[in-house]
Structures are given as C-alpha cells and as structure tokens.
Design a protein around this ligand. Structure first.
Ligand code: PLP
Length: 424
C-alpha cells in the first residue's frame, strides 16, 4: 500500500507543534515512547469482546495476559480491590457507571459545569443530563472552594441516587469523607471522577477517594500520563462486596454490573492496543521516576500560581493543591477566547474556561485554565514557571500586537528546544 503522505505529513506537523510550543492545557500530557509503541501495535487488529478468560472471540490468549496485567497494575497503583480497564475514554467510563447504578430519570447530583465540573456529571447537553435528572452544587463565590453546605442541602432535599464529585477545572482537594457521609444520609452512591488528578492521587499527593467513594473513574491520559482512555475502580466497598437492585428487583454484585455496563452495555470490543499502553503507563506510574515527576508537577503548579498572583492575576480559590489553576481574567480587560487565541499565536496552548459565576458564554468566557502536567514531562522546573508566566503576561498585555506575539513565540521555541520531547 502506498504511504499516505498527506496524513503522515500532518502527523509530523503536529509533532513539531507539540515539540516547539508550551503545552499548558491541563488535561494533556506526553506519553513515553513505549506507551506510544504499544498504542500503535498489532494489538489494534484484535477483537476481544468480553473479559480475560471469558471472551466471545478466539485467539485471545495473549490479549488476556495483557489485560490481566493492566488490571493488576491498576489495582496496585490505586490500591483498588477491583478494576475494569476497558472504557475507551473518561466519558465512556462515566456512562458505564451511570448505566450500572441508575435507571432513566433517576436524580443525580454533580459539580456544576459552569463552576469547573464535567459535561458527563449532568450537563443538559450530555447523556447524563438528558437521560437522568441532574441537580448541582457549586463553589462559594467568595472563596472559590466547593460549597459543601450547598452540596448537603441539595442532597437532603432531592435525595439523589448518585452523588458525583471530581472536576475538570478545580484546583483544590476534595473532602470525600464528608461527601460519603452526606450520601449515607440519603442512601446515595458516590462516584469520584478523578480524571484530572489521578496520577497525583495514585502517588499519595492528594487525598484518596477509594476508601470513601463507592466507585472511582478516571481518564488515563491526564496526570496519569497514559494513552487516551478510561478506567473504573472500586476500593473498600468491594472488599465487602455490595450489590444493587436491578429494575427486575434482583440483587447484582456491583462489579458484575459495572463489567456488564462497559460491555455489552455501552461498548463493543475493547481496544487491546490501548489496554497494553495503559498497562505500561500504570507500570511507569508505579516507578520512583514517576514519583519525582508527580512531586514536580505539584511544585511547578504552586510556583506558577505564585508567579500569576505576583502579577495581579486572580486565581480562583487563590492557589492550587494539584496540577492546575483557573485564572479569572476579568481584571485584565480580555476575554478567555481572545487570550486563548493570542497565546496560541505565541505558541502557548491553553484553553479558555468559564470561571464560577461567569457572565460570559462558554464560547467567550472570562478565564483560562492552565496546568503543569505536560510541561513537567518536558523537564521544566520551578525556575521556568516565572519565565512562562512572564510570557503569558506579555501576551495578555499586548494581545493585539502581532510583532510582540511572534517575538514571544520565538522565545518559547528557544526555551522548548532545550527540552526535547521524543529523542528516538
Ligand atoms: N471527567 C472529567 C473530570 C474530565 O475532565 C474529562 C475530560 O476532560 C472526562 C471525564 C472525559 O474524558 P474523555 O475526554 O476521555 O472522554
């Protein structure tokens, strides 16, 4: 077959973009070369519907071994009692959990998308808000911290079947114990979606939801630094296996409900090439090297937050406990949309983001979200955070000046040249 030059040229172009620029999108990272190799391996050819040892296809002996290793490593990494490594993405992992534990129309309580939550936690444009009946909690306007009082009030009033915690744009840790206590009062299950900080949680740098929340989901490609994908886990509750009543009134074990909700409930054949890449990433995340990385991600985020505050930028909640921060640009006379575009012209990639109580639409927004997971993989340290914030400030102040933006792009490219991405 003739090599598809059009696509491979574009892939090269994208690689160059990634190598030359400053990647500050909080949900992105750079996988290792071995993760990339597995993701592009012959395993993409294999069908393997079902679970290891219980497949609907022949020839699964090898992929069974790979998937079992991925499951074992995920359990070891998160100290989980049970794991399913098949979800194709974070949204798919959440869809499977909802299918397993809810009936259409059931009430759910999630963190408001407009305050930093995720679409799959009940947004009206997502299946979670269309199929189920969503209620929300948000952050306190003064402090920018989760309003736990509101969470409890709404839970006691609405008695949801599922309470979801976790976020896409929240820079602080969570009080999982409190949320579980609220859930117990109303007979709800708790889902912790730790998609963003899961790498930091795995290495003990943030609170652990597994002892408190019935079910935990995560993407595998953010701080965890694996291939794009999802993962579902259960901790302590599964050690004392718990069940749930199906619409027919039978009690089914949660693990088998969740397995069934992934396949055949919401997915077909698992992506065994991605599962192999996940297994490698979990193995990497168990290493001392990754521990150093995770510590550095946090140090960099804290140094970056401090540098922003020193330049009179308003960080929601005043700082960060994890790898990201949400910056309210209202005092800088620029929208999130314009800031994202101007930063892009300077080879700095961020995403515009609504800030809590934002008066602008999600297409315009008043803020940007930035994170340190990807730049820390490149090797950047605390001393570079001040330089980066200097670049960002210069862009924001001069966002209409193309010469300045191009000059910053040159400086960004010079800096990133010192931190090669893929050496091989
Ligand atoms: N949950 C949270 C909290 C997220 O931040 C995201 C992605 O940004 C997802 C779920 C969805 O993950 P995916 O894009 O892999 O479907």
């Amino acid at each position: 077959m003739k090599k598809d030059k059009i696509i491979f040229d574009l892939i090269n172009e994208e690689q160059q973009r990634q190598e030359q620029g400053l990647e500050l999108i909080a949900s992105e990272n750079f996988v290792s070369e071995q993760v990339m190799l597995a993701a592009g391996s012959v395993l993409t050819n294999k069908y393997a519907e079902g679970l290891p040892g219980k497949r609907y296809y022949g020839g699964c002996e090898v992929v069974d071994e790979i998937e079992n290793i991925a499951i074992d490593r995920a359990k070891q990494l998160f100290n989980a009692a049970w794991a399913n490594v098949q979800p194709h993405s974070g949204a798919q992992a959440n869809a499977a959990v909802f299918l397993a534990v809810l009936n259409p129309g059931d009430k759910i309580l999630g963190f408001d998308l407009a305050h930093g939550g995720h679409l799959t936690h009940g947004s009206p444009v997502n299946f979670s808000g269309k199929v189920y009946t969503p209620f929300f909690y948000g952050v306190d306007e003064e402090t920018g911290l989760i309003n736990y009082k509101q969470l409890e009030e709404v839970a006691l009033r609405e008695k949801p079947k599922l309470i979801i915690c976790g976020a896409s744009a929240y820079s602080r840790d969570w009080d999982y114990e409190f949320i579980r206590a609220v859930a117990d009062k109303v007979g709800a299950l708790v889902l912790a979606d730790i998609s963003h900080p899961s790498g930091l949680i795995a290495r003990g740098l943030l609170k652990d939801p597994l002892p408190h929340c019935h079910i935990v989901t995560t993407t595998t490609h953010k701080t965890l630094r694996g291939p794009r994908g999802g993962l579902i886990m259960m901790g302590k509750d599964f050690e004392n296996p718990f069940g749930i009543k199906t619409p027919k009134g039978e009690i089914r074990m949660m693990s088998s409900l969740l397995d069934g909700a992934v396949f055949p409930g919401t997915q077909g054949g698992p992506l065994e090439h991605i599962i192999a890449a996940k297994a490698i990433a979990f193995g990497e995340a168990l290493s001392d090297e990754y521990m150093d990385y995770a510590l550095q991600v946090k140090k960099n985020a804290q140094a970056m937050a401090k540098a922003f505050v020193n330049r009179d930028y308003k960080i929601i909640s005043g700082g960060t406990d994890n790898h990201l921060m949400l910056i309210d640009l209202s005092n800088k006379n620029i929208t999130g949309k314009v800031a994202e575009e101007a930063l892009g012209a300077a080879d700095i990639t961020v995403n515009k983001n609504m800030v809590p109580f934002d008066k602008r639409s999600p297409f315009v927004t008043s803020g940007i979200r930035v994170g340190t997971a990807a730049i820390t993989t490149r090797g950047l340290k605390e001393e570079h955070m001040e330089i980066i914030v200097g670049f960002i400030d210069e862009v924001i102040k001069n966002h209409e000046d193309e010469t300045i933006l191009s000059n910053i792009a040159d400086q960004v490219n010079d800096l990133m040249e010192k931190f090669p991405l893929y050496k091989g």
